[in-house]
Design a protein around this ligand. Structure first.
Ligand code: IFM
Length: 445
């Protein structure tokens, strides 16, 4: 097979998030987050795991940057814990929290690793949740204050910023399904939550622009592209509805300044449309520099009038990862080409893609995760295909740099290319990390 080579300036990286790796949950003045509260609530997380220690990256960050350097990562995507910097969400500043990120960013730069920072990866300060969390429009203002402060401190050093990571998960898993923090089962509020998250995004982008900073800012969205189970008109319509409502609920407001239209009764999913005030959509659609796309798998759907929203996800028979997600690499090509067309050739970064498998360290000290190598290779191929088709794909971040706290699944799902022994905190690069390192060196495979 001929070699696949990526564009010269293609950015290869790996991603993590604060709550999933940092630990030090109650150290150096950090405030409580909604994930600290949720993970300490009995029955919410598998095996009652929590992020108190996680990978202890807060203390081991220098070792982790060294590892990134050894692997040859060009960039590292991480998130900044809001309550580490503003323990109550606003007001009192925790200088020590800010110092941690300054040390991390400086060390990355010393090692020629481009820092890529996300401002919100779900760990809202609990004190703001006590005032309604994202149901409260004022949370968006508090976020803009937090973002503005971080931009002033790190804006000259960090060239890539994302405002929010997967706001859909924050709104739907957190406020409707209740499987993520803050654990509410209230579909009624989740479109208002989504709107306030989008406002937070817009206000942060505006704050960034006002400071005249030279880097790039965008938003990170997750999408599961929907394919019809059969060629029937009903199934095709079902897939179309999901692709054009759920999948675009955040991207259309950001890139087009409008919400998708829900066919049928607006209240049919038990949700109420948000109150949109004058100027909101202009703010939300303040121009961004890129779209960050988190993509793992797809949905195959069929129309089913007997279930509440009329659209059923049909399980597939093919290979799945350890979290039960189908391996379907073509979703990368399909989504990238679609988004390219839909949003005028915007620059896109795959900000997360990867797979959970049951990895173990063998007696020779190796982790033979060939299934992950195969997964990544096949997904990279589809990304390359999309570039050849004209998509402005600029970079690819593997999820995740290391095994970590997988939210409601606790530590039971391993997404890392580096294995973490959660008893000793020992890091062991898996075969996939060694293979990825070679891909980066060759800029292809
Ligand atoms: O671990 C998560 C991450 O925090 C957000 N995107 C999906 C990953 C795998 O579930």
């Amino acid at each position: 097979m001929s070699k696949i080579i990526f564009p010269e300036d293609f950015i290869w990286g790996a991603a993590t998030s604060a709550y999933q790796i940092e630990g030090a949950a109650f150290e150096d003045g950090k405030g409580e987050s909604i994930w600290d509260r949720f993970s300490h609530t009995p029955g919410k997380i598998k095996n009652e795991h929590n992020g108190d220690i996680a990978c202890d990256h807060y203390h081991l960050y220098a070792e982790d940057v060294k590892l990134m350097k050894e692997l040859g990562l060009k960039s590292y995507r991480f998130s900044i814990s809001w309550p580490r910097i503003f323990p109550d969400g606003d007001g009192k500043l925790n200088v020590k929290g800010m110092e941690f990120y300054k040390k991390l960013v400086n060390l990355l730069l010393e090692n020629d690793i481009i820092p890529n920072a996300t401002l919100y990866h779900w760990d809202l300060p609990q004190k703001l949740q006590d005032k309604g969390g994202w149901t409260n429009r004022e949370t968006a203002d508090r976020f803009a204050d937090f973002a503005g402060y971080v931009f002033k401190e790190l804006g000259d050093l960090v060239p890539f910023w994302a405002t929010l990571n997967e706001p859909a998960a924050a709104a739907f898993a957190g406020y409707a399904a209740g499987v993520h923090a803050p654990g509410l089962n209230n579909p009624e509020v989740c479109l208002a939550v989504a709107h306030n998250l989008l406002l937070a995004h817009g206000k942060a982008v505006k704050a960034y622009r006002q400071l005249g900073l030279k880097g790039k800012i965008g938003i990170v969205l997750d999408m599961w592209h929907n394919y019809p189970a059969t060629d029937s008109e009903e199934d095709i319509k079902a897939a179309w509805i999901n692709n054009n409502t759920i999948n675009k609920w955040f991207s259309d407001p950001v890139f087009k300044g409008l919400y998708p239209t829900i066919p049928g009764e607006p209240g049919q999913f038990g949700m109420s449309l948000p109150e949109v005030q004058q100027g909101d959509m202009e703010l939300i659609s303040t121009p961004v520099d890129f779209l960050g796309l988190n993509v793992y798998s797809r949905n195959v759907v069929k129309a089913n009038p007997d279930i509440p929203n009329g659209i059923e996800v049909v399980p597939q028979n093919g290979a799945v990862t350890d979290i039960g997600w189908e391996v379907y690499p073509q979703v990368i090509y399909d989504l990238l080409t679609l988004l390219h067309k839909e949003y005028n050739g915007i620059d896109i970064y795959i900000t997360e893609n990867g797979a959970a498998f049951r990895d173990t360290v063998n007696s020779e000290g190796r982790v033979e995760d060939d299934d992950r190598v195969d997964y990544l290779r096949r997904h990279f191929e589809q990304a390359h295909r999309a570039i050849e088709a004209g998509v402005n794909l600029k970079g690819y971040y593997v999820w995740s740099l290391m095994d970590n706290f997988e939210w409601a699944e606790g530590y039971t799902k391993r997404f890392g290319i580096v294995h973490v022994d959660f008893d000793t905190l020992t890091r062991t690069p898996k075969n996939s990390a060694l293979w990825y390192s070679e891909v980066i060196r060759e800029n292809g495979f």
